[in-house]
Design a protein around this ligand. Sequence first.
Ligand SMILES: Cc1cc2nc3c(=O)[nH]c(=O)nc-3n(C[C@H](O)[C@H](O)[C@H](O)COP(=O)(O)O)c2cc1C
Length: 168
Amino acid sequence: MTKQNHPAPPPEAFKSAMRGLVGACSLITVGQGEAANGLVVTTGISLSADPPMILACVNRASSCWPLLARERVFGWQALGAAHQPVAERFSGKGGLQGAARYAGADWVTTDTGVRLLADAPLAFACAVEDLIDRGTHSIVIGRVLQITTRPDSGALLYWDGQYRVLTN
Ligand SMILES: Cc1cc2nc3c(=O)[nH]c(=O)nc-3n(C[C@H](O)[C@H](O)[C@H](O)COP(=O)(O)O)c2cc1C
């Protein structure tokens, strides 16, 4: 007999367990000028190569969510070994909100109007292909419009509640 309807473990147990999973830090950037916002995620991954698509899971209670759902284009970039300060800003550390999170880093605005981190190991301009709501989050599927890469930038990871760095 299967037990699909077994009661769910408490969210705290899930969050605590997930500390044991290595996360690759990436950044979602949305909007322009003073209206810009963004957030750091560890849920950004490749979905498909043909056509090129990525996905990330975004909390619908985050300050970035309404803008992302409205704009329909966004930047997605992996964070490199030097990017812990960027990650901290885009997680809202110290109460930083919106466009203030972009200070202290270099950005390139693509002709799709998306702002990308200039020295990211990889950066994609994306169009929203689909938004799939599940629980507190929405699975954001991005169709890749433009690609830039910068090899040898290392990687920024998050594991056991702390940032870690990977380099060649
Ligand atoms: C390492 C790390 C990974 C995160 N991953 C996600 C994620 O995958 N999805 C998400 O919605 N929020 C994630 N967050 C939280 C957001 O970056 C941000 O802190 C949260 O949305 C609150 O931001 P707000 O002030 O814009 O609402 C992560 C935060 C950290 C520090």
